[in-house]
Design a protein around this ligand. Structure first.
Ligand SMILES: *Cc1c(COP(=O)(O)O)cnc(C)c1O
Length: 389
């Protein structure tokens, strides 16, 4: 993308580049004549469940669909409360609202941005039914603590693993510490198919329920309806949804999964270069990761105590894409107007919201592009940090 204003190639925040085999896999599906849910989806589900080490995986149209389905299969309904960190993408909270339940926000750790387990415990009431931990930026949350608190209080754990496809604690995937977990394969995520998601769980009974609800509530899915085994009568056993994954997405997902760990190595390399480059600037780099913790390196975030928005504009004006992850949900008008949340309630999340910005972090960045990002950020920070408003 050429930008006439800067006379430079625009460097997008999230740049999907696909290798020839990935494009070939999608072409093969298009030529096969079977483009919706079918054998490729079944294969991707199997490979993904093996990768995360969970018994069952259900391919879906998005992570948002997975989070919603995760709440539905555990019976979350009107009048229930669900606890979640306020520092997350709006999808995590929106699905609680769609169930008729109340999203109960709690504050996050100032360093990692992940939910504070003690804050979660304090927010539990007799109406609390579930907790939705988020592994922010790909760094595992204190999920063992959260899981234990949840089980002590008879709560379901439905994890938002949108950033956490590769995240592990002592080789165990973070999704292991949940009753169900949802993943995102959106265009900018570590495993990207455009639009797509996956719900995983070790609870086979509950996944049977998910396997009915995700496709209209039909007792038999489209795959068996139209497959070689012939026409099958189906019964509608519930008013279900339309959340299925297509074989077009799944074929790309299979190829992306093969390359995931190799690409994570590249992310780690870029991460280290950023850490070194920004060490001397008046910005806060992401906290170091303790031994035994595998970080998915999904988002590289910096924090600057002053003039964040001016710095952001200056970087963008130089043709480098930047973003904010996130403005805490309790600062957004819907959650303030409907649930009475206000600024001042969650100081750590507010501090992060006001100071954070994310810079490009994809394995497709060339060495020159990494250098360009570093030089652009350095220039913008040096120019604006000490300027008064
Ligand atoms: C991207 C994202 C989602 C939503 O994923 P979709 O696949 O787009 O539905 C949910 N939670 C978080 C934290 C995300 O970053």
């Amino acid at each position: 993308m050429f930008d006439n204003k800067t006379n430079k190639q625009f460097l997008p925040f999230g740049k999907p580049v696909l290798e020839e085999e990935e494009i070939q896999a999608v072409s093969d599906v298009l030529r096969s004549g079977w483009i919706t849910t079918g054998p490729k989806t079944a294969e991707f589900q199997k490979l993904f469940s093996e990768y995360v080490g969970m018994k069952r995986a259900l391919g879906l149209s998005s992570c948002t669909a997975g989070l919603f389905l995760g709440l539905k299969i555990f019976g979350i309904k009107e009048g229930d409360e669900v606890i979640l960190p306020t520092m997350t993408f709006t999808a995590t909270a929106n699905v609680i609202v769609h169930c008729g339940a109340v999203p109960v926000f709690v504050d996050v750790d100032l360093e990692t941005g992940n939910m504070i387990p003690e804050a979660f415990e304090k927010a539990i009431t007799p109406r609390t039914k579930a907790v939705m931990p988020v592994h922010l930026y790909g760094r595992p949350a204190e999920i063992e603590k959260i899981y234990n608190i949840a089980k002590k209080n008879n709560l379901y754990v439905i994890a938002d693993c949108a950033h956490a496809t590769e995240s592990r604690i002592n080789d165990l995937h973070v999704a292991s510490f949940s009753d169900a977990a949802a993943f995102s394969f959106y265009a900018t995520k570590n495993l990207a198919v455009g639009e797509g998601g996956m719900l995983v769980s070790d609870n086979e009974e509950i996944m049977e329920k998910a396997g009915v609800l995700f496709l209209h509530g039909m007792s038999k899915g489209a795959f068996s309806r139209y497959s070689a085994s012939g026409f099958k009568m189906y019964d509608i056993v519930d008013a279900g949804y339309k959340f299925n994954m297509t074989d077009i997405s799944a074929s790309l997902g299979i190829e992306q999964l093969k390359r995931l760990e190799k690409r994570l190595k590249k992310r780690e390399e870029i991460w280290r270069r950023y850490d070194e480059a920004f060490f001397s600037l008046p910005v806060k780099t992401p906290p170091l990761v303790p031994d035994g913790i595998k970080h998915a390196r999904h988002l590289y975030t910096l924090r600057v105590q002053k003039n964040r928005d001016k710095i952001l504009s200056a970087i963008q004006d130089e043709g480098v894409g930047v973003s904010i992850h996130f403005t805490a949900l309790h600062l957004h008008s819907f959650y303030q107007q409907i649930y009475g949340y206000k600024r001042g309630m969650f100081p750590n999340a507010e501090n992060i919201s006001d100071t954070t910005f994310s810079i490009p972090m994809t394995p497709y960045l060339t060495d020159e592009e990494v250098e360009r990002v570093i030089a652009t950020v350095r220039k913008a920070v040096e120019l604006h940090y000490n300027r008064d408003k």
